[in-house]
Ligand binder design. Structure first.
Ligand SMILES: NC(=O)c1ccc[n+]([C@@H]2O[C@H](COP(=O)([O-])OP(=O)(O)OC[C@H]3O[C@@H](n4cnc5c(N)ncnc54)[C@H](O)[C@@H]3O)[C@@H](O)[C@H]2O)c1
Length: 379
């Protein structure tokens, strides 16, 4: 029996990679390489995860099952269970604007209040333990209070709310209604786990909130390198972190406002860890279709050391985007469920600081890992 039923808001590369990988683990085709905590999380092994459904706005996916569109992702293959995983219609709220596909969404012909009712009913019907937002990167919006958020929904102010905010609201409303907490993960660079409003909603519904954005590649490496040089007391003079990719995430980041959201989640960590600011440019740079999901990365740090000498570090590589994010999410969902089973609610800083890019003051991932292992072993 499934111990963790997952539903995705946005069923694209990351969701499809996670789903395919889990089914391949169950079939004995692959091992747990790339899942940080493997089967060391009490209460749920990777084989006990079931991806139940998705919510999307791509007309090609809605009402279909995963087997019908898995060929969109060349590295993935169809698995037996894919015809049972259905894609429901989600809310668009402009997140798919400018994307190269036709959209269909509940908010085309329903008010926000009606949309919430539909999504909440689906979450309850599908009996989801965990919902994960991996939709298109959005411009970052904020809201001041729970009552202001409720007013936006009641007054149908579609210009004041993004899809990731709306999905988080629905997840916690469903949890409250069924009187059983949910794990909600915000996998995109928007302000959900960093928002006191959503933190309050998660607490009041006995739920656990994890986010924001998944730290899966270059940003993790950057944070650990900064820790390393801080410990040996060198001064980093500047930091460049660039990447180019050919998946839809990079396509969308051609829009400046969305790219800004990524830049915010990526740049904070160097300053937080080192304790001083420096000239830096760390962000996705361009969409190059032929690179696909395997992005090209470049990093450069000049630094000062003893006796006025200067070193320069250059790193370049090709790294897979979605499998890295999927491996992290497999842990995040199970750790969130462990927190719920321990009676915890709200935002869990220990889980966030290891797996996410942006959660208050950032620490290196190596230090965050030690804390996380301590938390898992508690009780
Ligand atoms: N790929 C990674 O390694 C990685 C790492 C960290 C974070 N992320 C975040 O994960 C997100 C998804 O990445 P991806 O590579 O799967 O992208 P993708 O474009 O392949 O998938 C996104 C999916 O969301 C759907 N969508 C768009 N707007 C929606 C809405 N309002 N409601 C429901 N569905 C909607 C799209 O139709 C698509 O199916 C990105 O926004 C990115 O910020 C990805």
């Amino acid at each position: 029996m499934a111990r963790l039923k997952i539903g995705f808001f946005g069923f694209g590369y990351v969701a499809a990679t996670l789903t395919c990988g889990i089914e391949r683990v169950k079939a004995g085709e692959i091992d747990l390489t790339g899942v940080p905590l493997e089967n060391r999380i009490p209460g749920c092994n990777v084989e006990e995860i079931e991806v139940v459904c998705g919510f999307d706005v791509d007309k090609k996916k809605i009402g279909k099952d995963v087997s019908s569109f898995i060929s969109m992702y060349p590295e993935l293959k169809t698995m037996d269970s894919f015809d049972k995983i259905k894609i429901h219609q989600g809310v668009n709220l402009n997140s798919a604007e400018g994307m190269p596909f036709k959209t269909e969404s509940i908010d085309d012909n329903h008010t926000l209040y009606e949309c919430a009712k539909i999504i909440v009913e689906r979450i309850i019907e599908e009996d989801l333990d965990c919902t994960i937002t991996v939709t298109a990167t959005e411009e970052i919006y904020d809201v001041d209070s729970v009552s202001a958020l409720e007013a936006i929904i009641k007054e149908d102010r579609k210009d004041k709310i993004t899809a990731s905010m709306f999905y988080a609201y629905c997840a916690f409303l469903a949890a409250k209604k069924r009187e059983r907490g949910i794990v909600h993960i915000n996998g995109i660079p928007s302000k959900i786990a960093n928002s006191p409003v959503f933190s309050e909603l998660s607490e009041k519904s006995g739920s656990v909130l994890i986010g924001d954005d998944i730290s899966s590649g270059q940003s993790r490496l950057l944070s650990d390198l900064m820790e390393h040089y801080k410990e040996i007391n060198r001064t980093i003079l500047s930091a460049v972190g660039a990447n180019w990719g050919g998946n839809m995430d990079f396509y969308r980041l051609q829009d400046e406002k969305r790219n800004e959201s990524k830049k915010i989640t990526k740049t904070g960590c160097a300053k937080d860890i080192l304790g001083y600011d420096m000239p830096s440019d760390i962000k996705p740079h361009a969409y190059l279709q032929n690179l696909g999901d395997k992005k090209a990365i470049f990093m450069h740090f000049p630094m000062k050391l003893f006796n006025g000498a200067e070193d320069e570090i250059y790193i370049c590589g090709r790294i897979n985007d979605s499998p890295a994010a999927a491996g992290m999410l497999i842990d995040m969902g199970r750790l969130g469920a462990l927190a719920v089973s321990r009676g915890e609610s709200g935002v869990n800083a220990t889980i966030n600081s290891f797996y996410c890019k942006w959660f208050g003051k950032q620490h290196s991932k190596i230090l965050a890992y030690q804390k996380l292992i301590g938390w898992v072993k508690d009780n």
